[in-house]
Design a protein around this ligand. Structure first.
Ligand SMILES: [Fe+2]
Length: 463
């Protein structure tokens, strides 16, 4: 997008009331002691209903995972059909939802066709608990099939679910991407206490826009520090098993770590794009530990899993997603504090084309061309307060104002793949669009910086 269009958007299209709506939230609490209290996550007596969900999790070319959280103990089943009238529906048996999982659970719908729309109705103890018309989703294209994949990525949702409500609401109305990646700080429980973790997940899952969006668009996630434990927490955190238990209850990801190596990392494929979702906390050395060859962010097994997966990937694009920024000038709580492992990873990736990094955590949105070679975009905040993006010679885009999410459109239908980056703002819509060449994606061409993104005036103080 050129300067004229951006300024037009900033100055002309956005009414004054909307400008205030997208203005930065200049306060970001260091704890939630002064915020409205969270509802405890407790069972509700009486007729069964969904406290949260249905949320589409991993949707592959041949199966779909659907997550729900029920009001009380019940048996989950889902009806699935190829049309909205639910004729000839299959009834898929899901798990018993029990107190052990705080009545959350995932049902897997098998035997689906690629690139097809399916309609579904959620039932608890045999009774429908989703209102008509039936929700629907589209399965992923077959692995290896060339074409267009649009994925959104978000982070820094805020201390309460309502803080990201404007973003979720607009994303739900537009629903203009195929899959959503939540890259951590998806809530701010800041604890390993299981009850508090569950209450925080629930608080973020009951927001109307989130429910509307994720009932129709697949959504997977990883954690960063605040939804793993306290700020900047790492693998030395006592009670991290509770964080993983709550995480597994709350997500319908395709897998969680590997056998013998716990964590939240996993891989999935959509068409000609492979996604590698990283766990940057469970095995992490402390940020302030001495920098040496054994200092790790991923842990040896996850690092080998990632290198092995990228080497085996036949997809034109390989998206590596995690909570910590990998740009060279990152802060203490980033890959910059792990120089040996970062170097080993980047060196191992150098021979592969189509590698792009996406990340979060920073409370601003920025695009980098790392060492002139790799694209990274860190996206946020979706609902948290804003921070200012520091200058960097690697920057090609930055925006420190408003509540934001990012979309990459990856198109492998032509002889040379195409990549388009989009920045979206709650209240303003599309505020930046950059098409990047295959040479730029692979470090053979420098990415010129975008002109400064429009500053949105801060709201006037009430008298
Ligand atoms: Fe974070």
């Amino acid at each position: 997008m050129n300067l004229t269009r951006r300024h037009f958007l900033a100055a002309s299209l956005i009414p004054a009331a909307t400008q205030a709506f997208v203005s930065p939230n200049t306060t970001h609490p260091s704890d939630d002691s002064k915020l409205p209290p969270l509802d405890p996550d407790e069972p509700v007596e009486g007729p069964l209903f969904l406290k949260a969900g249905p949320m589409l999790g991993h949707v592959a070319h041949d199966r779909a995972l659907i997550w729900v959280k029920a009001s009380n103990a019940s048996k989950l089943t889902v009806k699935v059909a190829s049309g909205p009238a639910m004729q000839n529906a299959r009834v898929i048996s899901g798990p018993a939802l029990t107190v052990d999982s705080a009545f959350a659970g995932v049902v897997e719908i098998p035997d689906l066709e690629p690139g097809r729309r399916y309609f579904y109705v959620v039932m608890l103890d045999g009774d429908a608990v989703t209102a008509p018309p039936a929700a629907s989703f589209v399965t992923a294209p077959a692995p290896g099939l060339t074409g267009k994949v649009r994925f959104a990525f978000v982070s820094c949702s805020g201390y309460r679910g309502y803080m990201a409500a404007a973003s979720w609401g607009e994303m739900a109305i537009r629903a203009n991407f195929d899959v959503l990646l939540q890259l951590g700080d998806n809530h701010y429980a800041n604890t390993t206490d299981l009850a508090k973790l569950r209450a925080n997940y629930l608080n973020h899952r009951v927001v109307g826009g989130f429910r509307e969006l994720t009932a129709k668009v697949p959504c997977v996630g990883v954690w960063d520090d605040h939804d793993f434990g306290p700020n900047d927490s790492d693998g030395t955190l006592p009670g991290k098993e509770n964080s993983l238990r709550a995480f597994r209850e709350a997500w319908a990801n395709p897998s969680f770590g590997e056998d013998g190596n716990p964590g939240c990392y996993f891989q999935f494929t959509r068409g000609d794009v492979d996604f590698f979702m990283l766990d940057v906390r469970y095995h992490r050395s402390p940020d302030k530990a001495e920098k040496n060859a054994s200092k790790t962010m991923l842990g040896a097994k996850q690092l080998e899993w990632l290198k092995r997966g990228v080497a085996a990937s036949k997809a034109r694009f390989k998206v590596i997603a995690g909570g910590s920024v990998i740009e060279t000038g990152g802060p203490l709580d980033s890959w910059a504090s792990y120089p040996d492992e970062r170097r080993a990873l980047l060196d191992a990736l150098r021979e592969y084309e189509g590698v792009i990094f996406v990340s979060g955590d920073r409370h601003f949105t920025a695009g980098y061309q790392i060492e002139g070679r790799w694209i990274e975009v860190t996206s946020g905040p979706l609902g948290s307060g804003n921070a200012s993006c520091p200058p960097s010679p690697e920057l090609w885009l930055s925006c420190s104002e408003g509540k934001m999410w990012s979309i990459f459109e990856l198109d492998t239908s032509g002889a040379e793949p195409r990549l388009v980056y989009e920045l979206w703002h709650a209240g303003s819509g599309l505020t930046e669009r950059r098409e990047l060449t295959w040479d730029q994606v692979n470090g053979r061409g420098k990415i010129p910086p975008s002109p400064p993104l429009p500053k949105v005036p801060a709201p006037k103080k009430a008298k």
